[in-house]
Design a protein around this ligand. Structure first.
Ligand code: F6R
Length: 615
């Protein structure tokens, strides 16, 4: 968690850092701070709250002059969110100042040792311990900052992306990474450091993404030197050309990023299959998959590991792979998988799904699977992310930056990639007739149009949201391919409106949840055309008999459910296998509108952060 940003060059650092923090706020937003070198000393200001609160405080508190600085936006791990625990943190002498994204697991032992040597601590954070460890090493070993950072990092256990500078040597920033991301933007005699490239995209297209256990000293008007933290060897860094543009990371006229991202789905789904799905020629070709097809077709099973929304996409994939390609699938929460001594062999293929490509639990699950000899395939959105580099091969979703904390377009593009994989495997194994295979290719290429059509119900969905916004609980029900969509619909509502919601397979209702139903309970039922349609209709009857309020997602032209339901949200007809791509849309909009009507912070819901880089 947390976003870090830094600048050293010839421009004023503060506006760059402030703007960078605003772009990184998706990573955490319970407190924020900056430290600037004004030519003679450090100017530091920090506060509990958002970057906007910091901006106000800075204007009253410090001088914003200076061409070197660092900034931080926090998602608390050690120590509650308050002014003192906010970053940056000073060392005891006041010479060093640090920002940190991650967790130092052995901080307590180090803190004790430093306390014995007379160090004192203002905050409850592991980060303040780290900066004082660096200071102590610098003094003891009489070394420069870079060396002291290196020695310190060889003593700590945990995860970090750090940036630190010394007021006595204000011509360099030392950065290092293990487990949390860190990009260095290379400008013309200027450098940027940040958790991702968005803070510096308008200044440079060239970036180095540090690998784990690498550090760099970024010096004013000099080359960046990258070293291995363990053995001090110099690394020849790969300078990546960035393909991001500013428009992609701005709201583009929408009130919230979440809404923008919901509306982007028709175009990003197209981007996901562009050049990979050639429907008329009957071809699905995924660069990362072709060389490894045999691994999949000869696998005993596919294990999917992911968290949150990505896990829901994995559940949809379970239906697709088993149904279309006849390969057994298990879907695991990465956080459970990594700790339960799972049985994995070389004949297993593991698919890791992650929007950010940085989720700590998913990353740990990948490492475990690799250790046990499995082939690991990634489905990631963020290009160059840690997971995309840790996996043996993979496919990017090409959804573009997802900034709203609640995942929307990541989900539908993940399903699009997973469907293409399922179809490619089905073709290879001959488990689908040519007719069905071609039908799927054609129908998948029509999905962007269907999503566009589903989005046209927005006004109607907003009216439904207004009716139910004050409910305290919601149930979401679906069957088959749409059971994971019910889970995802409930998750979206919970995370942005703070209304309690549960997703269930519709048939499970009578085994317990039906007891919850009364006239106060809105039940969202996905009742589109499918093999289970009649069964879902029976489930709706059961809810109706208990006076529950039914909001149904139905296929255009449906009459049966329309008669039974209190409200309907229509989606275009598509084969059952592809329905999650359209049924998800009204559920995203429903959550969005309820949260907006309740006055919630849709893009930055409380307690959450976009990428969960701690376990
Ligand atoms: C929900 C949401 C989270 C993420 C989860 C995994 O809207 O955003 O549940 O899906 O934290 O994140 P990634 O996909 O980045 O691994």
């Amino acid at each position: 968690m947390c976003g870090i940003v830094g600048y050293i060059g010839n421009r004023e650092a503060y506006p760059i850092i402030l703007n960078g923090l605003k772009r990184l706020e998706y990573r955490g937003y319970d407190s924020a701070g900056v430290a600037l070198y004004d030519g003679s000393d450090i100017q530091l200001s920090k506060t509990q709250g958002k970057v906007a609160d910091l901006e106000k405080k800075v204007s009253k508190e410090i001088s914003t002059k200076g061409t070197l600085g660092i900034g931080h936006t926090r998602w608390a791990t050690h120590g509650v969110p308050n002014d003192i625990n906010s970053h940056p943190h000073y060392s005891n002498s006041g010479d060093l100042v640090i920002i940190h994204n991650g967790i130092i697991e052995n901080y307590a032992a180090i803190k004790k040792e430093l306390s014995n040597r007379g160090y004192t601590f203002k905050s409850d954070t592991d980060t303040e311990v780290l900066v004082n460890l660096i200071e102590e090493i610098k003094k003891q070993h009489k070394v420069k900052l870079g060396k002291a950072v290196q020695i310190a990092l060889n003593q700590v256990v945990g995860a970090y992306a750090i940036a630190v500078f010394d007021r006595k040597k204000p011509d360099e920033i030392v950065v290092a990474k293990l487990g949390s991301p860190l990009a260095i933007g290379i400008g013309d005699n200027e450098f940027f450091v940040a958790s991702d490239a968005t803070p510096f995209i308008e200044f440079t297209n060239n970036a180095i993404y540090l690998e784990d256990e690498e550090m760099a000293i970024v010096r004013r008007n000099k080359e960046v030197k990258v070293r291995k933290i363990k053995d001090d060897s110099l690394v020849d860094p790969y300078i990546q050309e960035l393909k991001l543009n500013l428009e992609q990371i701005e709201k583009g006229g929408y009130e919230h990023f979440m809404l923008k991202e919901i509306y982007e789905q028709p175009s990003v789904i197209k981007d996901t299959y562009r050049g990979r799905l050639l429907a008329e020629q009957g071809i699905v070709k995924l660069g990362g998959l072709e060389d490894y097809i045999q691994k999949f077709t000869h696998a005993d099973r596919i294990i999917i590991v992911a968290c949150g929304t990505s896990w829901h996409a994995g559940l949809v994939a379970e239906y697709m792979f088993e149904d279309l390609a006849r390969i057994p699938v298990e879907v695991e929460y990465a956080s459970e998988f990594r700790y339960r001594n799972p049985i994995i062999t070389e004949k297993d293929v593991v698919i890791a799904i992650s929007q950010s490509g940085e989720t700590a639990d998913t990353l740990a699950a990948i490492k475990l699977a690799k250790e046990k000899g499995a082939f690991v395939y990634g489905v990631c959105n963020v290009v160059g992310s840690t997971i995309s580099r840790e996996t043996h091969s993979g496919t990017y979703t090409h959804a573009g930056p997802e900034i709203g904390v609640a995942s929307t377009k990541a989900f539908t593009t993940q399903i699009t990639v997973l469907m293409m994989i399922a179809l490619r495997l089905a073709k290879e194994k001959g488990t689908l007739s040519q007719r069905d295979y071609m039908l799927h290719l054609n129908e998948l290429s029509r999905i962007p149009g269907h999503v566009e059509e589903a989005l046209r119900s927005d006004d109607k969905i907003q009216e439904i949201a207004a009716i139910f916004k004050d409910a305290s609980n919601f149930l979401y029900l679906g069957r088959g391919y749409n059971f994971p969509v019910a889970l995802e619909g409930a998750l979206k509502l919970k995370e942005i409106s703070y209304i309690h919601a549960e997703g269930y397979p519709a048939a499970e209702m009578k085994h317990g949840p039906i007891a919850l139903i009364d006239e106060q309970m809105p039940v969202v039922v996905i009742a589109v055309n499918s093999n289970h349609y009649e069964k879902v209709v029976s489930n709706i009857e059961e809810i109706k008999a208990r006076k529950g309020k039914i909001i149904a997602v139905v296929t255009e032209g449906d009459t049966t459910v329309k008669e039974l339901a209190d409200y309907i949200m229509e989606v275009p007809k598509t084969p059952e296998t592809l329905t999650p791509l359209v049924t998800t849309i009204p559920l995203q909009l429903l959550s969005y509108h309820i949260a907006v009507l309740l006055g919630k912070n849709v893009d930055q819901p409380r307690n959450l952060a976009k990428s969960v880089t701690v376990e």
